[in-house]
Design a protein around this ligand. Structure first.
Ligand code: ADP
Ligand code: ZN
Length: 694
């Protein structure tokens, strides 16, 4: 039996397992059921793909999204695995072919969409199945955030294969959903594997209350700072996706919009263009991204506050699946909260939704390490600050904000809790607006009591009072501010409160670490990406199926020169080396660093017995240059036979002329003296030999 680790290296080209992968694989090989909880990008596919390759029969993979299925199948094929998918988007005859291959045990993995189980169970039960993997398993549960009725059929499938191990995967953390998955899929006493949800390569930052114009400027700068790096801008409404996309295009940024109001073809074409790196930016509603497995999304920006942390985490998780540093920025303002709460005001789960929105707001308003807060939400506790969020980068200064809070809170009470945020700030700052005079607020004691702070500063303080629980917004009563129990205690001086000062934060620009990481020979990276794009088009697959960004980065920094050295590169399994290895080496040899290394590369090819002409072709350099390299290597004492380039007679010719010219090092006088009979390369070869002889 092949060892999982050997397969990881030989097929997938990775040296080490990630957290829980090996445990899950071994568990599956021992024939038991499991429920694995892994964050997006955690690497769950390998957990069922490797046992599938080891087990004798076919592994069925139930996966809800056709595009994702297609990607996985293409990726596996690129690694040389026998695999197919089966779904409702295929023609009858194509489905027939796959059905027959499955029934004849002529596949290692078969991807099925859940709707094919409806009515398809009859033939599927005759397939020789060794294991069943259920991707996005939370879709079976009404408690999950993405319930799909067809997933219920998987329970039926279980009845036909009572002894076949089931592996269920989800990125949903909450406990009720987990329990529900086990029950609905009738898992047999499953072991649960929970991986860390931490994605340390994602930077986290939040920008609050940024005016539209400023935001436009920031986004354009952010994107222009990242040429060739693709990303997603999430917007709340369809209309906004369109206007943002138009805006980016007007700034010369290749962008498209995506939302559920478009036809399926339109959406597919946008998705495809993004996957193939034709469009750098997609402005989308959260409908976008579910089905894409693009590993080199380098950044995700939210234009509005998401409605819960689960969704937010999944959306930012679409960045950096290849593990390379990636950025996320969340823009929000209080209006978002109002809108979100308005959406759910009729729902009978209103309380739950409100609570989720509040948790999201707390994250956005955080004054300590954001990653700690995010992970705590998923029940995980980091012992140290992450060092990769905006708060860690510049921790806020706290001050005793009790007096500030008292001013705001008592002003609210004096209006009999009948004002919203803007009006409250007007009162505190002594505004002369008509509304204030009409409502007689200029007569209350706290009118003008907060004139020392700007509108923005007050906004910042009030937001904190809300997120710290001293204030509440009455969403069902015209967004009026209400003082909570904590707020009352603060007014009475029974409790104190720390606030942070308002400060203009900037969006994280590329960190130094990131720059040097993406630095390894920019020219080579570009050349490899160009080639990848071409290759992807030729094979009609997404670019990352050919090579991941992480492989390209690894190639550009290690610059391997032999097929054997490619084994050390991320993502190069046997089949990839066979299919792509020589192409990649040729690019490296022709674009690699023109410094000391270049001689080394010529020397390696020379040692492998290649002629000057062959070396020149392989390296995309002139023959003259290669000869110069060989001369330099010869002069450095390397074993290079220069006599192949010059006859004894020619050598003697140069020797005698040179003696007459006082052993000159210059080529031209010799060349002239010989009336051009000998080429310059020959003369330089002769001089190198003569110097050695002296
Ligand atoms: P998800 O859990 O979201 O389905 P995938 O299975 O698509 O994640 O894996 C995410 C990325 O991580 C893929 O690009 C995959 O090739 C890569 N990956 C998975 N396992 C490893 C590993 N052990 N070493 C390096 N990269 C890995
Ligand atoms: Zn942090």
């Amino acid at each position: 039996m092949q060892q999982p680790k050997t397969i990881l290296k030989n097929i997938f080209g990775y040296s080490d397992f990630r957290e829980n992968q090996q445990e899950i694989i071994e568990h599956a090989l021992s024939g038991q059921d499991a429920l694995a909880i892994m964050p997006t990008g955690g690497g769950k596919s390998i957990c069922f793909q490797i046992p599938a390759l080891i087990k004798p029969n076919i592994t069925l993979v139930i996966s809800p999204l056709i595009s994702l299925m297609k990607d996985q199948v293409e990726t596996l094929r690129a690694h040389g695995v026998e695999v197919a998918y089966y779904n409702s988007s295929m023609s009858d005859s194509a489905r027939n072919v796959i059905r027959n291959r499955a029934l004849q045990n002529n596949l290692k993995l078969l991807y099925l969409s859940p709707e094919t189980l409806v009515g398809g169970l009859e033939w599927i039960r005759s397939v020789p199945v060794s294991m069943i993997a259920v991707d996005e398993a939370h879709c079976v549960s009404m408690w999950g955030h993405d319930f799909r009725p067809e997933y219920q059929q998987i329970g039926e499938l279980r009845k036909f294969f009572p002894d076949v191990p089931f592996l269920a995967f989800t990125a949903t953390a909450d406990k009720i959903t987990r329990k529900d998955i086990s029950e609905k899929l009738s898992l047999n006493n499953p072991s649960t594997f929970i991986s860390s949800f931490d994605r340390p390569n994602l930077s986290l930052s939040v920008r609050s209350q940024v005016p539209k114009k400023q935001k436009e400027k920031e986004l354009v700068e952010f994107i222009l700072e990242r040429p060739g790096e693709s990303g997603i801008v999430y917007c709340l409404s369809r209309k906004e996706t369109e206007s943002w996309s138009n805006f980016f295009n007007s700034k010369g940024i290749q962008s498209r919009f995506y939302h559920a109001g478009m036809t399926a073809e339109e959406r597919d074409s946008v998705q495809e263009g993004f996957i193939n790196d034709d469009y750098q930016v997609i402005c989308a509603t959260i409908a976008f991204g579910m089905g894409i497995d693009k590993s080199n999304v380098r950044w995700v920006i939210h234009n509005n506050l998401p409605k819960n942390i689960e969704g937010y985490y999944q959306e930012i998780g679409r960045a950096g699946r290849d593990g390379l540093p990636s950025n996320t920025v969340l823009y929000y303002n209080m209006r978002d909260v109002i809108l979100l709460k308005d959406f759910v005001k009729e729902s009978n789960l209103k309380e739950v939704y409100h609570e989720k929105i509040n948790r999201m707001l707390n994250y956005a308003e955080a004054t300590s390490c954001r990653r700690k807060i995010l992970l705590a939400y998923f029940g995980e506790h980091l012992t140290q600050d992450c060092g990769n969020c905006d708060i860690c980068a510049s921790p806020p200064d706290f001050f005793d904000g009790t007096v500030v809070a008292q001013k705001a809170l008592s002003a609210i009470l004096r209006t009999k809790e009948s004002v919203g945020i803007n009006l409250l700030i007007g009162i505190l700052r002594g505004s002369k607006s008509i509304e204030i005079f009409e409502r007689n607020y200029h007569t209350i004691k706290t009118y003008g009591a907060g004139g020392e702070y700007s509108f923005k500063q007050w906004q910042h303080f009030i937001n904190q009072l809300i997120s710290l629980g001293a204030l509440e917004i009455a969403y069902d009563d015209q967004l009026k501010l209400k003082v909570t129990e904590l707020g009352n205690a603060i007014i009475k001086g029974m409790d104190s409160i720390n606030l942070t000062a308002y400060e203009e934060r900037k969006v994280a620009s590329k960190t130094k670490k990131q720059e040097s990481k993406s630095d390894p020979n920019e020219e080579l990276v570009v050349a490899l990406k160009e080639w990848r794009k071409h290759k992807a088009k030729e094979n009609s697959v997404p670019a990352y199926v050919i090579l991941h960004d992480s492989s390209i980065m690894d190639l550009a920094s290690k610059q391997p020169t032999t097929l054997d050295q490619l084994k050390d590169i991320q993502g190069f399994g046997k089949v990839k080396i066979e299919r792509l290895g020589q192409d990649v080496l040729d690019i490296i040899l022709s674009k690699g660093e023109p410094s000391g290394d270049t001689y080394e590369k010529t020397f390696l090819l020379y040692q492998s017995g290649k002629s000057v002409e062959e070396i020149a072709t392989a390296r995309n350099l002139k023959q003259q240059t290669i000869i110069n390299h060989l001369i330099k290597l010869f002069e450095d004492g390397k074993r290079v036979n220069l006599f192949q380039f010059i006859s004894e007679y020619e050598l003697q010719q140069v020797k005698s002329i040179r003696q007459n010219l006082n052993d000159t090092f210059q080529l031209k006088p010799i060349h002239d003296e010989l009336k051009g009979e000998l080429s310059y390369p020959k003369i330089s070869v002769a001089i190198a030999i003569l110097n050695r002889q002296n």
